[in-house]
Design a protein around this ligand. Structure first.
Ligand SMILES: [Zn+2]
Length: 599
């Protein structure tokens, strides 16, 4: 085993190790002790043999055997490693560098390279890929570009890729771990998830293929499936970390000191081919913190070209706060209503596209313009919506002169005074109005809510649902039984955990934790430790879970009602009021049925 850190960890049991320092008492599936790191009389220090970690619910200290020894003996990692090596009877070698999980990741990347090579070969050189190649060339993508991006095609109903990989002695379980292959229920045969699709290998900024994105083609057999499918979350691929095209664009981003951010693969590739090379695609509509951090290594100047429709506008807005926090400058590339995305604009009118790059709009102007266009300034409701949409953002501009400029501009648009807006803005600054109240068509309020919601009732409720779920003997079985209700979970972190759970065929807490992206691992570990320390019968647990799910449904319906009543209030002269009221009554009926059920 080339990784001794993992090898040692594997040989030692955390319960035995910590027992040498503390008396541990067994309690169900875990062990308890008084915490050695903070004074306490009732034990809140927990050790989990399943996850091989410890956690103190009093002071928050947590980690594996190495963390424990480091903390307990106040030594550094190397010393802790040496001590544990002795205990495990392992002689440390200098060359022990690559951890076991690192070498497994390397293997997955190796497989991805082989897979990408195969797809690319089929697209560019094999009769099976001819139709797909014609499609791409017809879209104006050149052969040179196809090669640069290693675009490929996965042929339908064709086993040669799997055979080839197995001939190269890749184990089926590794092939499955890449996310590219599924296993059929009959005969354990592996099948390619991407078949019939055009393939974009997803390179990270270091040029490693971490996953794939498969686009449906006009002649793909199952036209009802999603336009794009992506690799699921794996040990190496995390959607929230992926910035498509960064491997090719990063030098240009540095040179130009700005990055153009678009949504999809073709939106990135077409401008790149045109010569606009400081460009990346998000593969989604909103930034994650990780994506922004990655980009901020190369530039502080973001140019967003996320979509010309309203959903795209929202994505732009959602990303503003995150980017602002990193001190980034944001501008917007507007393409007008004639083009639905950069790919189309480049194809139809490349000169126009290039020209628009010289007319970027600062994000604040863009926000004001787009919300004015969206709500109109001729009704009070419209003005109100504009204010509640724009003010929270303007209020956060740190530079007082710039802030004042934009408040003046907004005031002029709304026909009010700068002073009046200043007062309003101050309310947002002091945090008195954390969430703008705007109608349901805007998802902005939702995303804002989520940011400020870390301790809200929703989070508590959803966390307790997950805690109860993961405390059951077979969380996967319970999940599939209660899927519909569990899908009402709203917080992205919990959604992601459930998403990964749903992609599993069996549940093992340790394997599952390893599969999660780092920021979710801690969240899951906490939930799991809470889950197993909850001392209740399985019957009681099922009852509790049922109760919480109903509460979730109830709060879901209540917020629907609230939104509908706001809509009705704002649309009094509108003819759509009847259908709104109908919808309102429908939701109300559901709610009272639900409440009746609880009695
Ligand atoms: Zn403690």
């Amino acid at each position: 085993m080339d990784n001794q850190v993992e090898e040692i960890k594997h040989k030692l049991d955390i319960v035995n190790v910590i027992s040498k320092y503390l008396p541990l008492k067994k309690r169900g599936r875990h062990f308890l002790a008084n915490c050695p790191f903070h004074g306490e009389k009732t034990p809140s220090f927990m050790v989990s043999p399943e996850l091989q970690i410890f956690k103190c619910f009093g002071c928050g200290k947590a980690g594996d055997i190495y963390t424990f020894i480091q903390e307990y003996e106040k030594i550094d990692f190397r010393e802790a490693l040496e001590e544990m090596a002795k205990l495990a009877g392992v002689t440390l070698t200098q060359s022990a560098q690559l951890s076991q999980s690192e070498s497994h990741k390397k293997k997955l990347i190796e497989i991805n390279n082989e897979v990408a090579k195969f797809y690319h070969y089929v697209l560019t050189s094999h009769p099976l890929g001819k139709q797909a190649l014609d499609y791409v060339l017809n879209r104006g993508i050149s052969m040179e570009t196809i090669k640069l991006f290693k675009i490929g095609y996965s042929p339908s109903r064709n086993d040669s890729l799997v055979h080839q990989l197995q001939k190269k002695a890749f184990a089926p379980k590794d092939l499955i771990s890449t996310g590219t292959f599924g296993q059929s229920n009959y005969g354990n045969r592996l099948y390619d998830r991407f078949q019939g699709r055009l393939i974009f290998p997803l390179f990270d900024y270091r040029d490693r293929i971490l996953g794939f994105s498969g686009r449906i083609l006009p002649f793909t057999e199952n036209q009802n499936s999603a336009k794009y499918i992506n690799s699921p979350e794996t040990e190496i691929y995390h959607k929230g970390f992926m910035v498509y095209g960064l491997n090719l664009a990063k030098e240009f981003i540095k040179k130009e000191d700005s990055v153009l951010v678009v949504e999809g693969e073709f939106d990135m590739i077409s401008p790149y081919q045109l010569g606009v090379k400081n460009i990346v695609a998000l593969k989604g509509t909103a930034f994650t913190q990780e994506q922004l951090q990655l980009l901020s290594r190369y530039t502080q100047n973001l140019v967003l070209a996320l979509d010309s429709d309203f959903a795209g506008n929202n994505a732009a807005k959602k990303s503003i706060e995150l980017a602002e926090n990193l001190g980034m400058e944001i501008k917007v590339l507007t393409l007008g209503k004639d083009f639905k995305d950069p790919d189309e604009a480049v194809k139809d009118d490349p000169d126009y596209f290039k020209d628009r790059l010289n007319h970027l709009v600062p994000i604040w102007d863009y926000l004001i313009q787009s919300s004015v266009a969206n709500y109109g300034t001729d009704t009070i409701a419209g003005k109100k919506n504009i204010m509640s949409m724009v003010l929270p953002f303007l209020a956060k501009i740190e530079n007082a002169v710039i802030r004042s400029d934009y408040l003046r501009e907004l005031a002029a648009q709304l026909g009010t005074t700068e002073d009046a807006l200043k007062q309003e803005a101050a309310r947002y600054q002091s945090g008195a109005v954390p969430t703008p109240q705007i109608d349901q068509t805007s998802r902005l309020s939702e995303s804002l809510k989520q940011w400020s919601q870390s301790n809200s009732a929703t989070q508590k409720l959803e966390e307790s649902v997950l805690t109860l779920l993961f405390g059951t003997r077979d969380p996967l079985a319970v999940f599939s039984k209660l899927k519909d209700q569990l899908n009402q979970i709203t917080l992205p972190m919990y959604q992601s955990i459930l998403e990964v759970l749903s992609s599993q065929s069996e549940f093992d807490p340790k394997t599952f934790a390893d599969l999660l992206p780092p920021e979710l691992q801690t969240i899951f570990q906490n939930i799991y430790l809470n889950a197993i320390s909850l001392d209740i019968t399985s019957e009681r647990r099922a009852q509790e879970l049922h109760k919480k799910l109903i509460q979730m449904e109830e709060s879901h319906l209540k917020s629907q009602l609230k939104e509908l009543s706001q809509k009705i209030a704002q649309n009094e002269e509108n003819q759509s009021i009847d259908s709104l009221e109908k919808e309102y009554n429908l939701v109300l009926q559901k709610l009272s049925k639900l409440q009746h059920l609880q009695k």
